[in-house]
Design a protein around this ligand. Structure first.
Ligand code: GDP
Length: 329
């Protein structure tokens, strides 16, 4: 599958319109994309809006990289490199390899076609388009029916403070430094000072339920919640808010969630994540391996479902989505 050719600018989508009854999913990257791949099998994709973290966004090699928006778009388009969990399947890396030969540091690997996506974003933004408009154009050009809305159009870098005093952009922490277990705290001050992107507060207000993907609670869900107005809009919506635990059997399925949860003083367990979310969620889906936490999570006042949450394929992800929908129904 290839993306549809770029449309003439005059045909670019206008202001977004909203379905009256949508499922709003708070989304990071890989965990979110896997979950959404299941959700689209359970409800009509055009009734889903993904509200996506932009705290990982960063400029590399002259282009605006928006990792979580692109992972979600590529996954729902069926074009993700499933092995790596990011980038386009079959992509080549000639550009970063050539840059390395010219003496550049290329610890952030960006495939050639992936670079084209990011260059397109950069060019459109230089021409006056907003990040949200470009995210919407991209998902349409990749044939994705799920609406993809970045949390903010303002720069919202998530910074990680280490015990040695260094403050690193999340991508530096994750990729360049290899996610050390020396996190002293996470700085979301940029997100806390940002405006929600166009469409964000409306999407929350119009949601029939809010689903929290099994994403990193600290650096994927945390930044979305930190954007002014988002928490209040979720509370004001008065609809079920159901999360899936990204911690299974006491550890993350992948990624640095353990280091980051510990770094903000949170227990690395399904119960720890439930406590982290308890003020603003109503239901929590946990894995069978964590069934012994169900009572304690219910005691927090949350509805609980216990299912196999390992999303090894789309069918398994659909099972997780259906458990969430039951609690959200
Ligand atoms: P990132 O921004 O690419 O790291 O992606 P996310 O924040 O969306 O997702 C990372 C989280 O997804 C990690 O904490 C993983 O434990 C979780 N995750 C990934 N795959 C699965 C899965 O199959 N089941 C569950 N329950 N969690 C998953």
């Amino acid at each position: 599958m290839t993306p549809r050719p770029l449309a003439d600018d005059r045909k670019a989508p206008g202001p977004m319109t909203h379905e009256p009854e949508t499922w709003l999913a708070l989304a990071g990257g890989v965990g979110a994309a896997r979950f959404l791949r299941g959700l689209v099998r359970a409800v009509p994709p055009n009734e889903i809006t993904a509200l996506v973290n932009t705290g990982d966004d960063c400029s590399f090699y002259g282009v605006h990289v928006s990792p979580d928006c692109d992972i979600v778009t590529y996954t729902l388009a069926g074009m993700i490199d499933g092995e790596r969990g990011w980038g386009l399947e079959g992509d080549t890396f000639q550009l970063v390899d050539a840059l390395e030969q010219l003496g550049h540091q290329v610890w952030f690997r960006l495939g050639d076609r992936d670079y084209a996506t990011c260059l397109h974003r950069t060019l459109r933004m230089a021409g006056g388009a907003g990040l949200a408009q470009v995210a919407d154009e991209l998902r349409q050009r990749f044939g994705v029916a799920v609406r993809i809305v970045p949390m903010s159009e303002d720069p919202c870098p998530t910074n990680v403070r280490l015990t040695d005093g260094r403050v690193l952009h999340f991508e530096e922490y994750l990729i360049r430094e290899g996610s050390p277990d020396t996190v002293a705290g996470v700085d979301l001050s940029a997100a806390e000072a940002a405006k929600p992107a166009p469409g964000v507060l409306d999407a929350i207000a119009e949601a029939r339920a809010i689903l929290v993907c099994p994403s990193n609670p600290v650096v994927s869900v945390g930044p979305i919640l930190a954007v002014p107005g988002v928490r209040d809009a979720i509370a004001a919506a008065g609809v079920p808010v159901v999360a899936v635990s990204p911690i299974v059997g006491g550890k993350p399925v992948k990624g640095p969630a353990a280091q980051l949860l510990r770094g903000v003083g949170c227990e690395v367990s399904a119960l720890g994540v439930a406590e982290f979310y308890r003020e603003w969620i109503t239901g929590f889906v946990i894995d069978e391996q964590d069934a012994d936490h169900a009572k304690a999570i219910e005691a927090l006042g949350l509805d609980v479902r216990v299912v196999d949450t390992i999303m090894r394929d789309a069918e398994a992800a659909e099972g997780v989505a259906r458990a969430v929908l039951e609690l959200a129904g």
